[in-house]
Design a protein around this ligand. Sequence first.
Ligand code: 5GP
Ligand code: MN
Length: 324
Amino acid sequence: MKKAKKIDLDGLADKISKAQSILIATHENPDGDGLGSILALGKGLKKLGKKVTIYSKDHVPKMYQFLPGQNAIVSQLKKSARYDLSFIVDLGEIERVGEEFLNFPHRGVTISLDHHARGVHNADFNYCLPKCASSGEVIFKVIKRLNISLDKAMATAIYTAIVTDTGSFKYSNTTEETFAVASELVSHKVDVWQVALHCFETSSQARMELLKRVIGKMQIHSSKKIAWIVLKQSDYKATGALPEEAEGFINYPRSIEGVEVAIAFKEKERGVYRISLRSKTYVDVATVAQGFDGGGHIRAAGCTIEGKFEDVQKKLIAAIQKQI
Ligand code: 5GP
Ligand code: MN
């Protein structure tokens, strides 16, 4: 597997100045950080007169549809399009951008802009700042280096990236710099309550029904250190909720006193489970996820495991127990 060459801000500025048409993409099942980051970068590069396409393989979840400019995000690449430069944002592994992008022959030089400390970063070039709580902060630095003026839409997009990846400035990835960047963003008239309302304080009735079902079946391991929830296709069907509406549910098992690792098993299809992992203070869940070809951060990671539910559960819990 190819490993990307490191690039710095000057190198990035040079590549951007020489490019005319630029493609910007984020990972599958996009989140607030991925979407906020690509929207802010896209708008910034347009201000420099670049021809920009913003791409996400998967649709924008309803909770992020308040983001200015999100309706311009495309989910298919035009065969006739030619790009001098492509950015992949908020992914440690290029595979998470999806097959269409990977097989697209005209994407030009591909640069990863990211903050995953454990990422493989297998693009052509890599600008990764693991100390940043979000890719939004990485984009903020790029925008500053390019002397692009921030506006309310860009500031709102980056602010959304930050609040979602830090859980509203709560997680251990939050630093003094995170607050400093947020403070500058808010000076550009970000409506912080509107962002919070959309990202954290709005539930459809179906989502609440799903939460009731899932919490009712939450389980705790005999060690009392691992707790999990299971989201089956039948749960979505029974409640009418979408899989993306389970965002944040994993915080409930993690919040139990004494629990160190929380798991969400999300049935994607029969025999295929998307796994979300969270830890409270010491277990490195990125390592656990990497053991199943996934990845992420030390306190938040994910992977996909195939098999019968009982086997998937057994394998994963055994891997977590080794870290506890
Ligand atoms: P979530 O549980 O919210 O889906 O994902 C948490 C974090 O884990 C993401 O921000 C991402 O860094 C990482 N992650 C989730 N799923 C995968 C996966 O399938 N592969 C990799 N490499 N990372 C993942
Ligand atoms: Mn991120």
